[in-house]
Design a binder for this molecule. Structure first.
Ligand code: NAG
Ligand code: NAG
Length: 368
């Protein structure tokens, strides 16, 4: 009696286990590969809600999220950010942030990004998850997937996966404000460190089976309300804007060169270099064409350009202004895009021509 129950349970279990594996396989064949995201507040979908950043890098209070989710999800936007749009275009379900307690399955990918993070471990150290920490978390996920799917299964998934990386802004703003740690470094040498660390994370992901990378370059500081507000306030006496511009130019040039170098070095390595610098330049010169009324003034914050970071009034600055229609603004707060802004950026690099994504666009990379 007992043994026949055991047998039945066992058969049921085998049936269930096989059923699960087949179903997962089938689901994956119907979709593009998973999406794994690494980076800072430009792509964080809520990881910082679960770590103690001492409030310097959180967006889990109103009016963040007001347009799309109708609640503050932890994204620095009135709605979605770039990986949300890519997941949608790739027919993937919503992808949870890595630290979300409900995140147990990783077959569609996950998001490791952390607001305030840099490619250098020292950038906002102790408050955020640096790129290094994000790579360590990716390896944890790889081990979990390996247990669930076996060696062949995990290799298939990870090689079909797309790895989205957008990082560097915080490294450069730390350097340009007060870089006690790296003050002896020239701009060129500092950029080498940032690119070197970014590149070694790409190599680590490649070692675990990752092949397809979307790497986004940095926006021009000339279009960021936060930077412009400071430049206006200092009436040009501050050398910060010039320095930031130089750093971003060096970074973007080096980044592209590094991707070309990796192509010759790493087996099966493919990439799309997404030129967000050019896209923002294009939008800023033709706002009406993209449906924007204002590309200079942010929707939420204080100061002339709402470039002072006070959106939501959670920090020392309680007073802030909020626009009526975030859709009309490229920037939602002092240094982050609006839902609409990110949507246009996402479309332009998903379907991009050689001006915006080289050598292939994000769509072709997903499909390849
Ligand atoms: C990465 O950055 C660290 C400082 O955080 C530096 O010591 C190291 O040399 C960098 N690595 C590369 C490969 O550039
Ligand atoms: C790049 O953009 C310019 C101006 O918008 C356009 O004329 C040109 O055809 C584009 N180049 C490619 C390779 O798509």
């Amino acid at each position: 009696m007992a043994s026949s129950t055991n047998l039945r349970l066992c058969v049921l279990f085998i049936f269930f286990a096989v059923g699960c594996v087949c179903m997962q396989d089938e689901q994956l064949h119907n979709h593009h590969g998973p999406l794994f995201t690494f980076g800072d507040s430009l792509v964080d979908t809520g990881n910082n809600n679960y770590i103690n950043t001492r409030r310097i890098a959180q967006a889990n209070y109103p009016p963040y999220g007001q347009t799309f989710f109708k609640y503050p999800s932890g994204r620095w936007s009135d709605g979605r950010v770039l990986p949300d749009f890519f997941a949608e275009y790739a027919d993937l379900p919503w992808i949870l942030p890595y630290l979300h307690p409900g995140n147990k399955r990783y077959v569609y990918g996950t998001n490791f990004a952390s607001g305030g993070a840099g490619a250098l471990h020292e950038t906002n150290q102790g408050l955020v998850m640096s790129l290094k920490t994000q790579a360590r978390n990716f390896k944890k996920v790889e081990r979990i997937l390996r247990k669930q799917l076996g060696r062949t299964g995990v290799n298939t998934i990870l090689s079909k996966g797309v790895y989205l990386i957008w990082i560097g802004t915080n490294d450069y703003s730390v350097y340009a404000s007060d870089s006690k740690l790296f003050s002896s470094y020239s701009l060129e040498k500092y950029v080498d460190l940032v690119i070197g660390n970014l590149s070694s994370v790409i190599e680590e992901i490649h070692k675990k089976g990752g092949r397809k990378f979307v790497v986004i370059n940095l926006w021009s500081p000339n279009h960021i309300p936060l930077v412009q507000e400071e430049a206006v306030a200092s009436q040009g006496r501050d050398a910060r804007l010039g320095q930031l511009n130089h750093l971003v130019e060096l970074h973007n040039g080096q980044l592209y060169k590094e991707l070309q170098r990796l192509t010759t070095k790493l087996k099966g390595f493919r990439y799309s270099y997404a030129d967000s610098y050019k896209v923002v330049e294009e939008i800023a010169s033709n706002p009406a064409k993209y449906g924007f009324k204002d590309v200079k003034v942010a929707c939420c914050g204080s100061g002339k350009l709402r470039g002072i970071q006070s959106c939501g009034g959670q920090d020392t600055l309680k007073e802030y202004q909020l626009c009526e229609n975030p859709k009309e603004h490229l920037f939602f707060d002092s240094n982050h895009g609006s839902d609409k802004g990110y949507q246009i950026l996402a479309e332009m690099i998903w379907n991009g021509d050689l001006n915006t994504s080289r050598p292939i666009n994000v769509k072709s990379l997903f499909q390849s």
